[in-house]
Design a protein around this ligand. Structure first.
Ligand SMILES: Cc1ncc(COP(=O)(O)O)c(C=O)c1O
Length: 395
């Protein structure tokens, strides 16, 4: 589908929050939620829910919701529904898995491109840590360095499928080849990447792929998807009384079942965003390709607009990136820029955005980071124009 054919008016109409007139360029920190997701959550609560595994209908409804949610998330990323671990967010799940995957005597490879949620859980395992460096000018994560970082002691290579501030999409598949040749596992942070285009975790070489539904129009739920056979080999901390089944072994406590129904609705919403045929997986691939083309087209306007303003410094120029811009404005702190834009009804984030290592590598962590303006599928040209006009006024 051509970007000009993307049904943006129709898409925007399904997001009630957009009616407040703000330009929501903060999607990288969490998207708004469309009506079918809100309705699915409300309907689940209205119909009566019980804890899973019981003998009565409300419990059976929760069982069905959990199963449907795993199937939906698996479809979104090209994974196996039996290996979908659901939890409160990516950070919590990554801490849980990192403890089960690595420890003293192992080596782990982390990158300075990554959100801290795919760094600290690994550096705190007690394993020896090796660092992949970023080119601070281009914002690229060179693949070649991995040959020197990975060896037979490497247990996990943790890397992001896309940077949450620069948008850089590193060559994860090439890194995975190096990792797998040494017998290491690939833990891929797909939190920022997932909403911006089709995902095939197997093609990426991800043994474990993490994503968060609240970045793609769903509620605040995280998921890690893996081969169930791999999960069978792992022993996370768990209660003696809770099931040892996979993937439930990794899910502590009682789950937010109604929200899980919202996750399924979000996947269905994405799958139906543009006309498509075939299985839900096939329709998702069609929709996500249309979303990617639409966002990239709009982003070309946004980034060119910023890059041509003499009082603006943009960070990174990676060859493959999501529609995410990170920039500073001369004589204004990132917070001041965000406050100025907020007065104009434009929502952007400011600061390090948890890209702790990357903002240090860019030399701006101690000076407040920068401003992040990111596009998702419900942003339109007027959002971009309002951002650019607002930033231009600071010149
Ligand atoms: C790239 C990336 N990884 C990880 C996270 C953490 O995700 P969660 O909030 O689900 O823990 C975020 C959140 O912004 C992110 O953008």
């Amino acid at each position: 589908m051509l970007p000009s054919e993307f049904p943006i008016k129709q898409v925007r109409a399904t997001y009630p929050a957009l009616a407040d007139g703000h330009a929501y360029l903060d999607g990288a920190a969490g998207t708004q939620v469309p009506t079918p997701v809100i309705d699915a959550i409300a309907t689940a609560y209205r119909s009566g829910l019980g804890n899973v595994g019981g003998a009565f209908p409300a419990s059976h409804r929760s069982d069905a919701i959990v199963g449907a949610c795993r199937a939906a998330v698996a479809d979104l990323v090209g994974g196996d529904a039996r290996g979908v671990i659901l939890g409160p967010n990516m950070t919590t799940l990554t801490y849980r898995l990192s403890k089960a995957l690595a420890g003293p005597g192992d080596e782990v490879v982390v990158s300075r491109l990554d959100h801290d949620a795919n760094v600290r859980p690994w550096t705190q395992t007690g394993a020896t840590v090796r660092w992949a460096e970023v080119d601070p000018v281009t914002g690229e994560l060179p693949v070649e360095q991995y040959a020197d970082l990975v060896n037979e002691r490497t247990r996990v290579v943790a890397v992001s499928a896309a940077s949450n501030i620069l948008g850089t999409r590193p060559d994860v598949a090439a890194i995975a080849e190096i990792a797998h040749a040494a017998g290491a596992l690939m833990y891929v942070d797909g939190v920022h990447a997932t909403p911006h285009g089709p995902v095939d975790m197997r093609a990426l070489g991800a043994d474990l792929y993490a994503t968060s539904a609240y970045k793609w129009s769903g509620p605040h739920i995280g998921a890690v998807i893996a081969d169930p056979a791999l999960l069978e080999t792992l022993r996370p901390d768990k209660l003696a009384s809770s099931t040892d089944e996979v993937p439930e072994r990794f899910e502590t406590g009682t789950s937010p079942f109604a929200d899980f129904d919202g996750v399924t609705a979000a996947v269905d919403h994405l799958a139906a965003m543009v006309p498509g045929t075939g299985s839900r997986r096939e329709r998702l691939l069609t929709s996500m390709a249309a979303i990617e083309a639409y966002e990239q087209d709009l982003f070309a306007v946004l980034i060119e607009g910023l890059e041509t303003m003499p009082h603006v410094t943009t960070y990174g120029k990676p060859a493959r990136r999501t529609a995410t811009a990170y920039f500073n404005v001369a004589r204004h702190t990132p917070r001041q820029v965000a406050e100025h834009l907020a007065k104009l009804g434009v929502n952007v984030w400011h600061g390090h955005n948890y890209a702790w290592e990357l903002t240090a590598a860019l030399g701006i962590r101690d000076t407040g980071g920068a401003v992040r303006a990111g596009l998702v599928h419900y942003n339109d040209r007027s959002d971009v124009d309002r951002l650019l006009e607002g930033v231009a006024r600071l010149g």
